[in-house]
Write a protein that binds this ligand. Structure first.
Ligand code: HEM
Length: 204
């Protein structure tokens, strides 16, 4: 900790996060183009139907690898405990900035943890169903039908979670975005949003 600056995310964590964001955006937009003829115009933006069909799965692979990195890096800190469940029951208070009765957050609050697990499960489902759709002719009819059902459902889950995440990381929690760009936050930000984590840092 330097004076009035606390490291929140390392360089590699930030690189992997923004690679996740870019690959997610690419996979989500090209996936929407392939999914619905009403959104097929999106394919033109990304080089046409053939290009999109060829590269969409690779966007998904890059995204999966970045999620794999985040998983091995943060899974331990993302475990939900009893206080987190209390936090989630009162999450509506957090949304209206009335957090005095909420249990104190550690490095990540319960909402962030929940989104992390939703995203991890959705990514696994996307990977397996996406692999079936990548090589449909080598798969059985049952697998194909299951994949056609699971792939868009898990994509919608994932896109929904990310929309909430982007809103929280930009408009709802000022100061958080700088942590993911420059890697540091102010002590006042840390003590008000993540008091347990802040106290741990002071002890180091
Ligand atoms: C594209 C727009 C995105 C923006 C603006 C954004 C913003 C942020 C910010 C500001 C943080 C730091 C929060 C804090 O310090 O408490 C963060 C953390 C994180 N981001 Fe993103 N993010 C984006 C996309 C993504 C994507 C696509 C993923 C992958 C699923 C992702 C996964 C995470 C995870 C796992 C964390 C740590 C836990 C959390 O804060 O929720 N982000 N993001």
């Amino acid at each position: 900790m330097t004076e009035r600056r606390i490291e929140r995310f390392s360089f590699i964590e930030r690189m992997m996060h923004w690679l996740a964001a870019l690959s997610f955006l690419y996979a989500a937009l090209t996936g929407l183009a392939l999914w619905s003829h009403r959104l097929y115009w999106l394919a033109a933006v990304f080089g046409g139907g053939e290009t999109v069909r060829g590269w969409h799965p690779w966007g998904g692979i890059v995204f999966t690898l970045t999620i794999g990195y985040m998983f091995q890096n943060w899974a331990r800190q993302m475990k939900l405990d009893r206080e987190d469940l209390q936090w989630l029951r009162r999450a509506h208070r957090y949304a209206i900035h009335d957090d005095k009765d909420l249990p104190e957050a550690n490095k990540f609050n319960a909402g962030q943890k929940l989104l992390f697990w939703v995203q991890s499960v959705a990514t696994i489902l996307l990977l397996f169903s996406g692999t079936v759709l990548w090589w449909p002719h080598s798969m059985s009819q049952d697998f194909r039908l299951l994949a056609i059902l699971i792939h868009p459902i898990s994509a919608i889950l994932s896109i929904g979670a990310i929309i909430v995440h982007i809103y929280m990381g930009t408009a709802a929690v000022p100061g958080a975005f700088r942590g993911m760009i420059q890697g540091w936050v102010r002590p006042e930000w840390a003590s008000s949003h993540h008091p347990k984590w802040f106290r741990e840092i002071l002890k180091r």
